[in-house]
Design a protein around this ligand. Structure first.
Ligand code: C2O
Ligand code: CU
Length: 570
């Protein structure tokens, strides 16, 4: 009887901590994701979108560090789908990581796949999203990883926590937007609005009642867990008249960094503290696109301002309208790198920095927008060409059998393992004018095989082909240390001397600056097949991706686990 009461009390506690939708039991729990259409009205028009459990943004997964969670994913939609746990490294278990045709074939309509999420060192804010076509525009949600029992945040416990999911809304079906772009070779049409927690905000039509509101008490501190789930846009985020303090990114803590605004690139998360210490009033929090395109009003980026409201509790006459934050100019590239320039990991006893001091495998990968010529310049990309993208000039061709199963079962002809370790052609990558000929990529399904426990350095070099732009590169299966970055061409003699090998940030998505470079280091300690790609969705569609195969180690504990019995068939 005493035991039953104790279990009951624990359940009430779990309810209070995790919210009503989560049943917290022992160390493995089960959740249900039903992927299905639901009708949503935004910007005064209604459309059907694909959702998980009818929710947009989708359900939050609340977890403890090192927990393992099962999610039964039912596809009740009309299209194939896969779900990825972004930032969860899935030790030795790539089977349910999610990228379509990389680690699995898609879950077909009417089918189900039981996915295991294996949390290990990650702590903070991660997220999940569809990893097939462009449905991740609406099929996404947060994964919140709390400290283990008996451990704490490395900052004062906030009074409350708030989830802020940034997104994009198209009046059209997103996959139609994609198909149109692919049919003409053009860049994809910009979204009609940016979103905060699924809402455009009251500066846009028909959005007044739904606008997200955060009520704060003067003097209290709030932990904002911010996710950029937008398909295409890098975003400036700010709260009028308030400073925000970054304390974590991508599921790893950082030294506190206080700023007026942050730039959050697609795929990234930031944990920031907001102190409600201004005059009680209403204030806008807002997000706006950062894009380095030269012409304002370009139809290829969304120039709306999405807003939510921070309202102080109490009696006062609110100023009308609420004040808006000041943002850098939409094309201010220097402003876009301000947070990244100062981001440092904690590197203390409880949060040690394990950056490899030397590396066994050095790779240089160019990340480029490319183009294919069209007869009579009849396509609608730059100068009548068809848009493309590549890494080391290889535009990735997605296979029809997933690479993981091809590797595991020795199926030949699915992929090649000759991904080049340096750019096939060396030129002044960031020059203002480049020969048109260089824009043409080759195509292939090439991966790079890494020895177990090799220490890897990758320098991503942006190029000015077609359009020098930022590329948020995301690696599955590993977090990495961002040891350096800069504008222009990477100099292999001088730049490594300036690497931060003391307290580099530990991330899973690093934005290579427009016409610049970024260097990362990690230990390839996770056997499996791991996707790496630009998190700008159109660049991914155009081919800016590749994968790593990390080989098994000698010891049984260093080997990939066997697949589950319900892998979706190809
Ligand atoms: Cu967030 Cu491969 O993705
Ligand atoms: Cu990109």
């Amino acid at each position: 009887m005493r035991l039953i009461i104790k279990v009951f009390l624990l359940q009430i506690l779990a309810f209070l901590v995790f919210g009503g939708d989560i049943h917290c039991q022992a160390s493995t729990r089960g959740l249900t994701f039903v992927v299905r259409e639901a009708s949503y009205t935004r910007l005064c028009s209604t459309k059907n979108i694909l959702t998980v459990n009818g929710q947009f943004p989708g359900p939050t997964i609340y977890a403890m560090k090192e927990e393992t969670i099962f999610v039964d994913v039912y596809n009740k939609g009309k299209e194939n789908i896969t779900i990825h746990w972004h930032g969860v490294t899935m030790p030795k278990y790539p089977w349910t990581d999610g990228p379509e045709y990389i680690t699995q074939c898609p879950i077909q309509p009417g089918s189900k796949f039981r996915q295991k999420i294996i949390l290990s060192f990650e702590e903070g804010t991660l997220w999940w999203h569809a990893h097939s076509d462009w449905t991740r525009a609406t099929v996404h949600g947060a994964i919140i990883v709390y400290p283990k029992n008996g451990t704490k945040y490395p900052f004062h416990k906030p009074n409350a926590e708030v989830l802020i999911i940034l997104g994009q809304w198209w009046k059209k079906d997103v996959n139609e937007v994609r198909d149109e772009a692919l049919a003409t070779g053009a860049d994809a049409n910009a979204s009609n609005s940016l979103l905060i927690n699924g809402q455009p905000g009251d500066l846009l039509p028909c959005s007044k009642s739904g606008t997200f509101k955060l009520t704060v008490d003067h003097g209290k501190t709030y932990l904002l867990r911010i996710i950029n789930a937008a398909l295409q846009e890098a975003l400036f985020f700010s709260i009028a008249k308030h400073k925000i303090t970054v304390v974590g990114t991508d599921g790893s803590y950082t030294k506190p960094l206080t700023r007026d605004y942050i730039t959050i690139f697609p795929g990234q998360t930031y944990d920031v503290l907001l102190k409600a210490n201004r005059r009680p009033d209403h204030y806008y929090m807002a997000a706006k696109t950062y894009a380095e395109v030269p012409i304002a009003g370009n139809r290829f980026y969304d120039n709306t301002t999405t807003t939510a409201i921070v309202q102080y509790r109490g009696y006062y006459t609110p100023s009308s309208p609420p004040s808006l934050p000041h943002f850098p100019a939409y094309n201010d590239t220097n402003a876009s790198v301000q947070v990244m320039a100062s981001l440092r990991s904690l590197a203390d006893v409880e949060h040690p920095c394990n950056v490899p001091l030397s590396t066994s495998t050095k790779l240089i990968y160019t990340v480029s927008v490319n183009s294919y010529p069209c007869v009579n310049n009849s396509c609608e990309g730059a100068n009548g060409t068809r848009s493309a993208a590549s890494i080391n000039n290889i535009s990735f061709h997605t296979p029809t059998v997933d690479i993981l199963e091809a590797y595991y079962y020795n199926i030949s002809g699915v992929y090649g393992d000759k991904f080049p370790s340096v750019p096939p052609l060396v030129f002044d990558f960031t020059a203002d004018y480049l020969p048109l000929l260089y824009q043409l990529p080759s195509t292939g399904t090439e991966v790079r095989v890494l020895e177990y426990n090799s220490t890897v350095e990758i320098v991503f070099q942006g190029t000015n082909l077609v359009a020098g732009t930022f590329h948020p590169i995301h690696l599955h299966g590993h977090s990495f240390y961002v040891v350096g970055w800069g504008f222009g061409n990477f100099d292999e003699n001088r730049d490594p001397l300036r690497y931060n090998l003391v307290d580099p940030p530990f991330q899973n998505t690093i934005s290579v600056p427009a016409n610049g470079w970024a260097a990362i280091r990690f230990e390839a300690s996770n056997p499996g097949v791991w996707f790496m790609h630009c998190h700008v969705e159109r660049h991914l569609t155009w081919g800016m991706e590749t994968a790593f195969i990390v080989k098994n180690g000698k010891h049984p504990e260093a080997q990939m686990l066997p697949p589950p019995s319900d892998m979706p068939p190809c």
